[in-house]
Design a protein around this ligand. Structure first.
Ligand code: SF4
Ligand code: SF4
Length: 545
């Protein structure tokens, strides 16, 4: 780019592009090795001991690293797709260009922008925001940086020549945080901001016009005699520098070479609690590779990811989990003599922490493990356990629950509560003095994904009248610290419903609810409601057997 949007207070002036300075600093740093013109052939291992094979021309180099930060940035939306937006007339005139082309012209002219058609200096221009963005047919999301980039590009024209005329068409101008100062400055410099929908762009003999439904004036307005129209296009996910499906890291993981994506193809992160963590432990995403963002946010993001990467190296060296079970030193142990190679653990581990050998035997990669216990819940042979968390341990807790016999007029309700949201919600309900049915007994689980169906069978055969699973919200805006615990638990209880049927038990004795920590006030209604449903079913017919 020719210049950058403001990087420092008072955030009113565009900044010199720091790229060359930064790259010199990085290359001369004794602790940093830079491979230019290189790509990654393979990334194996895990946190603390990633083995990365780098290709540089014909050379293959090996590096062992403790953690990885992916900062490959985003790609630009393909302008060819804008030809489908007929109102913008892209492709019909050399003087209707996209913002990256404008930047290229400014860079080439040292700040002076010449019209592509005849090289004449641009003195009257229109910028159109959200070209193909926030549009379900193109990019359904906001790219966060385009508005500020347009403000900067408007300044390229207005600062050297205040007699230039610049129109900026926008839906909502998104100059977040400190960039409000920049927005104000560009207004003061004379840019004309028009809120509305552009309905028509045309080029008549080199003179361009823009027609828009102007929201402020409440009518259609038309600007003529323009030298240039610039369409502000958005960012696309580009983990690999060639599309997210390629995978920049070529991960040697059983679950594929790329960082799993969640929404719109950007690599997934737990946007509430762990924004930098990808679904691959020890690999952190920074900047617009993670989500569209502007430069100032990217700088902050990079600092955050770097700190997480350092923390990962240090904690892994001590044998500790980094997150979300920070400091946990337990890890899953596999009693391989009874493994049937069913692959459930390798398929269901949300973090790709279990590879497979040629004979389909699970090969745990311990430093990738986040200690969620999903493998423990998945294993039908019940051969996965932690020192402090196992099928036998939870089964013994179930056995320790006192179960009223059929003659007593009370039932017993067992709640398996995820320790991340549901259990704290139960705690908060208690702290708030909320009361709920006294039939309830609670066992916390690391995650509902660690639910082994045998616990439900254990509870039912003990005579417990109903089992309630309390987990986190699932779906696109999932809350689960381990990605998909509730989905996995739901699938597993569907699989046990046949067994319950054979035991002569009603499906209504097992129920699942999604609870957020802030839902603690709903706890009494949830628990009392389930107790009422069980009372209507009557006692578990297996009581006493
Ligand atoms: S505990 Fe979780 S992260 Fe670790 S191996 Fe098992 S499923 Fe994977
Ligand atoms: S789920 Fe259990 S039995 Fe199946 S492959 Fe994994 S360890 Fe072996």
């Amino acid at each position: 780019v020719y210049r950058c949007a403001p990087l420092r207070p008072p955030y009113a002036e565009s900044a010199e592009n720091p790229f060359h300075l930064l790259s010199r600093e990085v290359e001369s740093h004794p602790g940093i090795v830079v491979y230019r013109g290189a790509s990654i052939e393979r990334t194996a291992g895990g946190p603390g001991q990633f083995d990365v094979t780098v290709r540089q021309g014909e050379r293959l180099l090996k590096e062992r690293v403790g953690s990885i930060i992916v900062a490959t940035g985003a790609g630009a939306y393909d302008p060819a797709k804008l030809t489908r937006l007929k109102n913008l007339a892209y492709g019909t005139s050399p003087n209707i260009i996209v913002s990256s082309k404008f930047e290229e012209l400014a860079l080439r002219g040292g700040g002076r922008v010449a019209r592509p058609s005849d090289g004449r200096e641009v003195r009257r221009a229109a910028f159109i925001q959200c070209a193909g963005s926030r549009d379900p047919e193109h990019l359904p999301y906001c790219s966060a940086a385009c508005c500020v980039e347009t403000l900067k590009q408007a300044q390229y024209l207005l600062e050297p020549d205040p007699d230039c005329t610049v129109f900026i068409y926008y839906r909502d101008l998104r100059a977040n945080g400190q960039y409000e100062h920049f927005y104000k400055k560009v207004q003061e410099e004379g840019a004309v901001f028009i809120q509305g929908e552009v309905v028509h762009v045309a080029d008549r003999g080199g003179s361009l016009s823009v027609e828009a439904d102007d929201l402020s004036l409440g009518c259609r307005s038309r600007v003529e005699g323009l030298d240039l129209v610039v369409l502000a296009t958005g960012m696309i996910p580009d983990v690999a520098g060639g599309g997210p499906e390629q995978g920049a890291l070529k991960l040697d993981y059983r679950q594929g070479p790329e960082l799993p994506a969640l929404k719109y193809g950007f690599p997934d992160s737990h946007f509430i609690c762990f924004p930098y963590e990808t679904r691959r432990t020890g690999i952190y995403a920074a900047g617009s590779v993670r989500e569209p963002m502007d430069l100032v946010t990217t700088l902050e993001d990079a600092a955050g990811a770097a700190l997480k990467a350092i923390q990962c190296v240090e904690m892994t060296a001590r044998g500790q989990a980094v997150h979300p079970r920070a400091l946990d030193v337990s890890y899953p142990e596999f009693n391989m003599s009874r493994c049937t190679q069913c692959k459930r653990c390798t398929e269901e581990c949300p973090f790709g922490a279990i590879n497979e050998d040629a004979g389909s035997n699970p090969l745990p990669q311990i430093t990738r493990c986040r200690r969620c216990g999903t493998c423990l819940g998945a294993c039908p042979e019940r051969i996965v356990s932690f020192k402090d968390y196992s099928v036998a341990l939870i089964s013994s807790m179930i056995k320790a629950i006192e179960v009223p016999d059929g003659d007593e007029e009370k039932l017993r309700v067992l709640v398996f509560a995820c320790e991340n949201d549901a259990y704290p919600a139960l705690d908060l309900a208690g702290a708030a003095g909320l009361k709920y049915n006294a039939w309830v007994r609670i066992i916390p689980l690391r995650c509902l994904g660690s639910l082994n169906p045998v616990w439900i069978a254990d509870a039912m055969s003990r005579g417990i009248d109903g089992v309630l699973l309390m987990g986190c919200r699932q779906g696109e805006d999932y809350q689960c610290h381990f990605i998909n615990g509730s989905e996995l638990a739901r699938t597993r209880i569907m699989n046990v419903s046949e067994t319950l049927d054979r035991m002569g038990l009603e499906a209504g004795r097992i129920k699942m609810v999604e609870v957020e920590i802030i839902d603690y006030t709903k706890i009494p209604a949830i628990l009392d409601g389930f107790a009422d449903e069980l009372a209507a079913l009557g006692p578990n017919p297996l009581k006493g057997f």
